[in-house]
Ligand binder design. Sequence first.
Ligand SMILES: [Fe+2]
Length: 241
Amino acid sequence: MNDPARYSIHALELGPMENFVYLIHDHASGRAAVVDPAWDVPAVLRLARDKGVRITDILLTHSHHDHINGIEEVLAAYDAQVHLLKAEARFWGQYRDLPTLHHGGDVIELGETAVRVLHTPGHTPGSACYHLGGKLVAGDTLFVFGCGRCDLRGGDPEAMFHTLKRLKTELPLDTVLLPGHNYAETSASTLAEQTRGNPFLLFDDVQRFVRYRMHLHDRYRDAPFGPVTRDALERAMSQGK
Ligand SMILES: [Fe+2]
């Protein structure tokens, strides 16, 4: 397990869709990985310079435009290696550089910081979350009190149900969630807080989850998201019949 003192994660909120771009900084090596570079790359490069780090890696959570539109600009400034899951590369089908393709469970060594790649399908077929030392960089899989939509091309609400169930049961509850968008009242949270108040983590039944994600949620809730109770969720489910 990573010692948090060995690395820091800096967040930038950028662009018209409130994307979070994260810079993971490994203290020992001075290396950094930028997660989902997009929108305002000069701000990312300024941050890297201010912190005195060298961007050696680009980690993609998925291939949607709002998460990747700054890749080329980062590559113009740093000779960085791009990482994504093989399933996402196949889904994307357009990126012509030579990325490192991962399968779920791989570990990326960023100096002395180990970053575990989790395959978390649902929002897209090859969505990834990055887990390191008690933090989960979750892309559009899990938001603070929300989750990624599953109605776009490549979305799969049943896969999302199983992905979220896995995150909920397999990661420690004190894991800090760092989402891909700022859609909530707070910008970060813990899995403990999410298992209590994130509606998408309150379902035990896949069909009910699918109905809520695909048909009901957007009628009852709007950003900025806050916690919901089981009673409120049940009311939404029964009104939606
Ligand atoms: Fe997305």
